[in-house]
Design a protein around this ligand. Structure first.
Ligand code: PLP
Length: 453
């Protein structure tokens, strides 16, 4: 315990759970002020995709800081914001050629919702306002983004303050006992969207939002075959906009800069953050089809904006992050190293009966815990397995990212998503520490009299 942990801190976040004081970080490693080393096995919250303290990015930040750190967007454009917008458009789908900068994921999602709504109004479709999303899902903590999130423990207290939005099931083929490789499975979930749109009245539905590869709420859920294409067709059939929330899946860790690019169907609008600034600066963006933006601008402009949007320091940093991803071939590394890590997680699943599923893509991977592999019954919720296992790993110097799998109150999964610079030797290091943590967790289960089959 450091002095700071013993004394009461003035800081607070979700809880008062004490954490060590961070000293420095480099590559995939972080050190606290007492010299303890941690492997950043989740890149923070799937943020620091390129690893910590990348010298090229730090140098670009220094260069930009010496020129200017802030220019209010209504007073100036900057070379940095223009260059990052152009680069982002290059990386996105054809036709998605307008970029609106923000400082985080919730802001990016809010921006997407509001642009979609203004587009409907500008198109004489004022009746369209409902945004359908999936359950479970997570799209952000602001009230608009929370209303479309499907994670009950976070949304329940705020329900009276939010506009309820319709939900459809996330395509959790494994949990539902369906074959993820069968295109009929993808169509099955897309039909549920079609049914929901009809029930709500297509004229009232504005958009459908999804995470191309699931994030915290589903634990790296990869859509079943045919799903992404079928969802696009359903949206087109009903004149509903399709929004990809790439806040976590964007930035390269699935092997493509935007996770949705692992499939052919393009969105109309997307939101990105986290890996976009890679933790060096708060940065995010909404990217939209040019004709959507043109119509909104022609009807008086987009009635939305955040003070720090497009500031030159954040944009110069974002550009340097993308340059490093490309220069070091990090997306290819995410695929090859991700395959090694996933194979290692599968081996751990053979060793520990309580691992029910290993899933994900590239270096966005997760495993889910169950009491019974056949029925997929979760571990007792009160046991808080997600917390316990995270803590067991943390005590051994490995950071992984825990969440509830079954919509907020039950189920446990852990995301393993180290930076895209992780080497095969470091994968072994991660797997070794994780194996030790799982063995300790197995003892805790035994001591609590919980038997897993
Ligand atoms: N959307 C997704 C898919 C996310 O994973 C998150 C954060 O975890 C958000 C939106 C919200 O991003 P932020 O926490 O930067 O506001």
């Amino acid at each position: 315990m450091t002095d700071r942990q013993n004394s009461r801190s003035h800081l607070f976040y979700q809880t008062d759970h004490p954490r060590p004081v961070l000293d420095r970080a480099e590559g995939i490693y972080m050190w606290d002020v007492d010299g303890n080393r941690f492997i950043d096995g989740s890149s923070g919250a799937m943020v620091c995709n390129i690893g910590h303290s990348n010298p090229h990015v730090l140098e670009a930040m220094r260069r930009q800081m010496e020129r200017s750190t802030f220019g209010y967007r209504l007073h100036f454009v900057t070379e940095a914001s223009e260059a990052l917008a152009a680069k982002t458009v290059d990386l996105a789908w054809p036709g998605m050629d307008r970029v609106f900068f923000v400082s985080g994921g919730s802001e990016a999602v809010e921006s997407a919702l509001k642009l979609a709504r203004q587009y409907a109004v500008a198109s004489g479709q004022d009746g369209r306002w409902k945004v359908i999303s999936r359950w479970p899902s997570y799209h952000g903590c602001t009230l608009g983004a929370l209303a479309i999130s499907g994670y009950d423990v976070l949304t329940d207290p705020f329900r009276p303050m939010m506009q309820a939005m319709p939900k459809v099931p996330a395509p959790r083929a494994w949990l539902d006992g369906l074959d993820p490789a069968d295109p009929a499975t993808g169509r099955h979930y897309a039909e549920q969207l079609d049914t929901k749109i009809r029930e709500e009245g297509a004229d009232s539905v504005l958009a459908f939002i999804l995470e191309p590869v699931g994030g915290a709420s589903t634990g790296a859920l990869v859509p079943p075959a045919g799903y992404m294409e079928a969802v696009r067709e359903v949206c087109d059939r009903h004149g509903v906009l399709l929004i990809h929330d790439e806040v976590m899946s964007g930035g390269g860790r699935t092997g493509r800069f935007f996770g949705g690019q692992n499939w052919t169907a393009a969105p109309d609008i997307l939101a990105i953050s986290k890996g976009f600034g890679a933790g060096y600066v708060p940065l995010g963006a909404m990217v939209a089809r040019g004709d959507i933006v043109d119509r909104v601008i022609a009807k008086g402009g987009f009635l939305h904006g955040f003070t720090y949007a497009g500031n030159p320091l954040a944009c110069a940093t974002g550009l340097a992050v993308i340059e490093e991803i490309e220069r070091q071939g990090m997306m290819a590394n995410a695929v090859s190293t991700g395959a090694l890590l996933k194979a290692g997680l599968a081996r751990l699943m053979e060793r520990f009966a309580f691992i029910g599923d290993v899933r994900g893509m590239g270096l966005l991977l997760a495993f889910e815990l169950v009491a019974d592999r056949r029925t997929k019954e979760p571990l007792p919720a009160a046991f808080r397995a997600f917390d316990r296992l995270t803590e067991a790993a943390y005590q051994r110097g490995l950071i992984i990212y825990p969440r509830r799998s079954r919509g907020g109150y039950a189920g446990d999964h852990l995301i393993v998503a180290p930076p895209m610079i992780t080497t095969p030797a470091q994968v072994e290091e991660i797997l070794g520490l994780l194996g030790d943590a799982l063995a300790a967790f197995a003892t805790e289960l035994d001591e609590a009299g919980i038997r897993c089959t």
